[in-house]
Design a binder for this molecule. Structure first.
Ligand SMILES: *Cc1c(COP(=O)(O)O)cnc(C)c1O
Length: 362
């Protein structure tokens, strides 16, 4: 039977998210979730929302949420657009700014979902290759700027955990398009920004910052994210989103989560302390570790046996992310390694014990 799909869909492989085992007993360090629960105020807000008026549609603009998010970024509420998870931010942006046949760029290695979004849209995708210090070549960036409608840049980046400066990022603003800073990990750097970049004139009001509640706010199970950008951009993006893209329970949870900054910051501090301890211990048993500004570590081992390490951890019910990036260099080399989410101290102790045994037997 002939395919009934659009050619673009027929051709694409589809994005493969990290494994989500549904049974208990796993130490789950593969998709950068927060190991700590959300604020009790979030759970209260969910209960109240569930006991409230679920028979009517939610506020299509999530006005209360927008006010709280706007205050955090020191902007007006019309700079905020809520979304059903940050991946929906990225979908709305792709549909808003890039036609089929036009071009989307992103640094590589980074978040390959951008590539799937471009494929669904029928857009072309170009990778800006990163070098060994996880930076790009300025001349290559200048060349891309002329062609792109959207430049997606995770900052801090995944899987490397590295952060680019505002000066570096100015090299990526498309001449005739938008620069999207995907700040899924934006609360973890030593000095998180609170909207300064959005007011930086060098970005010509064509910068969009995306945030998620999934990582720093411990709410991956509730789908919620938001975009922050100049109201002219937000007004156009609002036409693209589903009217009721965020449900009443999620809006209530996300609002309460942003209101309890202390809770988020305490968990963040614990995670950063555990991360630094893990980084030192990994180096002591021979791993190379990229300094991280996030809640995960990118690590490689001199033996290069990353897939074997991943599998042996999995056999012990410890799940980490084995990542492999084909054509990661100009001469077509593949790059691989392990991305380790920072769990609780107990989880990280078990990981370290297992890794120490595994590398001793390689
Ligand atoms: C986790 C993540 C997202 C998506 O977050 P959700 O809100 O859970 O959809 C987006 N971008 C990057 C780089 C991420 O790591």
């Amino acid at each position: 039977m002939a395919s009934v799909f659009r050619a673009a869909i027929e051709r694409m492989a589809g994005y493969a998210p990290g494994e989500q085992p549904q049974e208990t007993g796993w130490i789950k360090l593969n998709t950068n979730e927060n190991p700590y629960p959300p604020s009790p105020r979030v759970v209260d807000a969910i209960r109240r929302a569930a006991e409230g008026r679920l028979n009517v549609y939610p506020d299509p603009d999530a006005s209360g949420f927008r006010r709280v998010a706007a205050a955090l970024f020191q902007v007006d509420p019309d700079w905020i657009l809520p979304a059903n998870g940050s991946d929906e931010n990225l979908t709305i942006i792709t549909r808003s700014f890039c036609d089929s046949g036009e071009m989307i760029g992103y640094p590589y290695p980074s978040y390959v979902l951008y590539e799937s979004l471009a494929q669904i849209q029928g857009s072309h995708v170009v990778r800006l290759l990163l070098n060994q210090s996880w930076n790009w070549d300025s001349a290559a960036a200048a060349d891309l700027r002329r062609q792109l409608r959207i430049f997606f840049v995770p900052n801090p980046n995944s899987p490397t955990g590295t952060l680019w400066t505002a000066d570096q990022l100015t090299e990526l603003l498309p001449d005739n398009g938008v620069l999207v800073l995907d700040e899924a990990y934006g609360d973890f750097p030593a000095h998180p920004h609170r909207g300064e970049l959005l007011r930086d004139a060098r970005f010509d009001r064509r910068l969009i910052v995306t945030r998620t509640l999934s990582k720093s706010y411990s709410l991956a199970g509730i789908r919620f994210g938001f975009s922050v950008a100049h109201p002219d951009l937000i007004a156009g993006m609002r036409k693209v989103k589903d009217s009721y893209n965020c449900d009443a329970v999620a809006i209530a949870a996300a609002t309460a989560a942003l209101e309890d900054q202390d809770w988020m910051l305490q968990n963040r501090a614990r995670i950063l302390a555990t991360r630094d301890r893990l980084a030192a211990a990994l180096k002591a048993v021979g791993f190379c570790v990229t300094p991280s500004e996030t809640n995960f570590l990118w690590t490689t081992h001199p033996t290069g046996r990353h897939q074997a390490i991943y599998e042996q951890l999995k056999a012990r019910k410890i799940l980490v992310r084995y990542m492999k990036f084909a054509n990661a260099t100009a001469d077509g080399q593949t790059l691989d390694g392990l991305r380790l989410t920072i769990g609780t101290d107990e989880e990280i102790d078990r990981l370290l014990l297992a890794l120490t045994e595994i590398v001793a037997s390689l």
